[in-house]
Design a protein around this ligand. Sequence first.
Ligand SMILES: C[S@@+](CC[C@H](N)C(=O)[O-])C[C@H]1O[C@@H](n2cnc3c(N)ncnc32)[C@H](O)[C@@H]1O
Length: 470
Amino acid sequence: MTSVRRVALEILFEVHHRVGTYAQERIQAAVRAHKLNKRERRFLTELVLGVMRHERTLDCIVMAFSSVNWGEVEPRTREALRLGVYQLIWLDGVPPFASVGETVEALQDKRAKGFVNAVLRAVDRLVRRVPLAADRGGASPRKRLQIGDRKVCFFPKPVFADPERDLAAWMADVYAHPRELVARWLARHGPDTTRAILEKSLEPPPLFVRVNRRLGTREQLLDLLRGEDIKCGEGNLPESVRVLAPAGELVATKCFLAGRCTVQDETAMLVAPQFEPKAGQLLLDLCAAPGGKTTHLAELADDQATIMAVDRDETRLERLRESIARLGLKSISCMVADASDPAAVRGVTPAPYDGVLVDAPCSNSGVLARRPEAKARLAAIDLTELVAIQRKLLDAAVQLLFAGGRLVYSTCSIEPEENGDQVRALLERSPDLELEAEQETLPTHGGGDGGYFAVLRKKGQGLPTMTVAR
Ligand SMILES: C[S@@+](CC[C@H](N)C(=O)[O-])C[C@H]1O[C@@H](n2cnc3c(N)ncnc32)[C@H](O)[C@@H]1O
C-alpha cells in the first residue's frame, strides 16, 4: 500500500530543491503514478499544500522544540518535521500517534527517525490545543497561535517574534509570509487589511469554472456537474460556477472533458471581456499560455474572431493546445516567440491588431493561497527585473496595436510597481495611449485571487475591423 505521507515528503522535497517544480502538477502526477483513490488524493493535497502554506510558522515551532540548529538539519528531515507538526497542530481528524508514527516511518535514515520522533513527541506533549471559545485571553502573542476560527494553540515558550518590537516579523511568523512582503503591505494597507490578506492567503482558495456558453447555459452546466456527483453552485459572475470538489475530481468529469467549462478564477474572468470581443476582430495575446484568457476571448467572440496566441514557453503552449482541442475552438493559432521583441512577433503573425492582451509574468503576490511556492521567491522582494520585463512587453504591445485599438494589461500581483505605477509610466512614454479603466482586486474579496487589470486605448481611428487582410 502507498504511504501518502512518504509521497507528500517526496513532493515537498522536490518543490524546495528542484527548480521549476510546481506542487499542484506534482500532486496530479503522483495521484496517477500511485493510483491513489479519492480519499488518498485529498489527504495528499491537504498535506502538501498545508505544509507549504504554513511553512514559516511550522519552522518557528520546530525550532522552538529542537536543540539542533535549523541550518544543520538535513533537507528531508526538515520536510518530515514540517509534515509532522502540520498534522499535529492543524489537522483535527488525524490521531497524534498516526501523525508521529507514520511520518517517522516515511523516513529511511535511522538517526533522522529518532530525531524527528523526539521533536514531534515533544510538540504533541507540550502544546496545548483548545477550542477557540475556550481561550480566556491574556496569553503572550509570542506563545499563542490561532488556527482558523476553530481552535487555538498555546506554547510553553516564546515561538514567534515580539509584535511590540516588530509587528511585520510577528505577522510574518504567525501567517507564514516573508517579512519584507508583510512590511510593504503594512505600509500600504495598514494592519487590518494586511491581516485580512494574510488570513485569506492561508485558506484553500475557492475553485471556480467558467461556463462555455457556446455549449450551454450555466444552469445546464450546474445540472450536468451535479449529475456527476460534483457539488457546485452559482458563482458571483454570470458565467461563473463555484465548484465544491477538488480540481482533480472536476477535471475527470465527462462534462469537463467535453469542453463545457474551464477552470478559471473569477478575478481572471474579468480580463477578456474588457475587449468586448466580436466576430471579425484580430486579437493578439502576448503571454497566452496556459490559455485561460485566450480561450475566454475566443468563446466571447463565438469563435468568430482571429486570435493569435504567443508565448515563449513551448511546454506551456502545449497546455493551451490541449484546451483548444477540448473546447473545440477553431479561431486560435499558437506561436512560440519572445513577445518583448515586436519584430519577432510580426515575423510569426499579422499586425497591427484590434486588441492586444499582456497578461504579464509577475510576482504572483495576489495568488499566494493558490501558489504557495511563490512565497519563497518573494522573500527578498526585488521587483526590478519583473518590472523591466513587463515594461518591454507593454512597449511591444503598443507597437503591435491599431490606432483605435485596445491594450489590456493584467497581472496576478497586488504590488503597485507591477500594476498602477507600471501603467502610469507607460502612459508617460506613450502619449498616444489613454487609460479607459483599471481595477485592483485584493485577495480579501469573495471571489478568490488578487490581481489587476488596466484597459488602454490607442488614440486615433484605425482600419475598420472587417477590412483587415488575413
Ligand atoms: C501569467 S502567465 C499567462 C497566463 C495566461 N494568460 C492565462 O490566462 O492562462 C505569463 C506567461 O507569460 C509568458 N512569458 C513570459 N515572458 C515572455 C516573453 N518575453 N514572451 C512571451 N511569453 C512570455 C510565460 O511563459 C507565461 O506563460
